[in-house]
Design a protein around this ligand. Structure first.
Ligand code: NAD
Ligand code: DAU
Length: 350
């Protein structure tokens, strides 16, 4: 029997991780701690909420009392820490929230684990989920490896880099059993529609402009979210303590090429004339400090732990588009309140 704490389980990636852990390991008891910020959506977990090995706790990872009480009552053996402020554009307009959750919240969890596990560290594991953005921006060639120097450029990536350093510091200073992974851009069902793909899918569906930053020449490496969840399961169970694993899709796309492909897939799915959705592409003001290119070398994870991405991108994109079209109510319920005013601020009503 293992007691596991998953933080940020109501978010995009977290909900896929919770589902995988609850269904695959009925003998584990999974607690999902999530503050339900604008990005947390319990509807993502409808299919597992009544499982007997799952419990949801609404709470903030920066709340030291709550976190240590949870550790004391549940006697967690493992932590999978995903809770974070995750959107780069929001970090540019409000860095403090990122410092608070991503840095202070992580330290708070590390402290609680350290106190609870101080007598017996054996069999315990604190798994910190991070991003490839900590490595900065690549030129035309090269890949991020686990030994690439950190060079974060946005308040988001700087806050994630800082949390990575603190997790490693707790390993070296206190012997806390930690493992870290740094992943590339995820896509798939349940992603909050502030991120490029769900935002573009929704705008195409509603015949609204598709905002492409700058000239659309920035490059990202895309990984299907369920493949990330499988990698997290693999690293949580088999990763070596104190180690870092890079996770990527071996799937680099220039933003503008990605949007063209998405338009094709959407035209087909919606029965529109070929080329119809491309008319919606609108080049807008670039993101400040926009990282040019991310690309990940995940050979350590593939060679040492046997993980590999399961989907070809075209297949993953079609699956993703189908999900958003079949779940339009999910999107409609999100498109209200804070999201609408955020959208207004970001895109000025375009
Ligand atoms: P998300 O924004 O969709 O979800 C974040 C979740 O954390 C939400 O449910 C939110 O309510 C919760 N949360 C936020 N602040 C909290 C707090 N103070 N206390 C408790 N809960 C809080 O994020 P995501 O895209 O699913 O990313 C999850 C993790 O994976 C993050 O750590 C992110 O840095 C990392 N990551 C994301 C990607 C990606 O492409 N989305 C890629 C690599 C790494
Ligand atoms: O690389 C991993 C990171 O990927 C994660 O750590 C972050 O949490 C996640 O948000 C994502 O960061 P990006 O900034 O790469 O994702 P986003 O979807 O915001 O943007 C993807 C690319 O598309 C980026 O080059 C900016 C561009 N973009 C984005 C939006 C929202 C646009 O051109 N137009 C848009 O409207």
């Amino acid at each position: 029997m293992k007691n596991i704490l998953i933080t940020g389980g109501a978010g995009f990636i977290g909900s896929h991780v919770v589902r995988l852990m609850v269904n695959k390991y009925p003998q584990y008891s999974v607690v999902n701690l999530d503050a339900l910020t604008y990005a947390g959506n319990l509807e993502n977990l409808k299919d597992v909420e009544y499982k007997t090995n799952y419990e949801f706790v609404k709470g903030d990872i920066t709340d030291a009392k709550l976190v240590s009480r949870l550790f004391a009552t549940h006697r967690f053996d493992g932590v999978i820490h995903l809770a974070a402020e995750s959107h780069v554009d929001r970090s540019i307009s409000n860095p403090l929230e990122f410092i608070n959750t991503n840095i202070l919240g992580t330290v708070n969890l590390l402290n609680a684990a350290r106190m609870e596990w101080k007598d017996v560290m054996d069999g315990k594991r604190f798994y910190h989920i991070s991003t490839d953005e900590v490595y900065g921006s690549l030129g035309e060639t090269g890949l991020f490896t686990e030994t690439t120097s950190y060079d974060p450029r946005s308040p988001y990536s700087a806050s994630k880099a800082s949390s990575d350093h603190l997790v490693r510091a707790y390993y070296h200073t206190y012997g806390l059993p930690v493992v870290i992974s740094n992943c590339s851009n995820n896509y798939g069902p349940n992603q909050f529609p502030e991120k490029l793909l769900p935002l573009a899918i929704n705008n195409i569906l509603n015949n609204k402009p598709i905002p492409v930053y700058g000239k659309g020449e920035n490059i990202r490496d895309w990984l299907y979210v369920e493949d990330h969840a499988v990698a997290i399961d693999t690293i949580f169970h088999n990763g070596k303590l104190g180690e870092t694993y890079n996770i990527g899709g071996i799937n680099e796309w220039k933003n503008i090429d990605l949007i063209h492909l998405l338009c094709k897939v959407m035209d087909k799915a919606l029965g529109r004339a070929p080329g119809a959705s491309e008319q919606l592409i609108t080049f807008v003001k670039d993101r400040a400090g926009h990282d040019q290119r991310y690309a990940i070398d995940s050979s350590k994870l593939m060679n040492e732990l046997g993980w590999k991405p399961s989907l070809q991108f075209e297949e993953g994109l079609e699956k993703t588009v189908s999900w958003y079209l079949e779940n339009q109510n999910w999107m409609k319920r999100i498109l209200s309140g804070e999201y609408e005013s955020y959208y207004q601020d970001q895109y000025g009503g375009r």
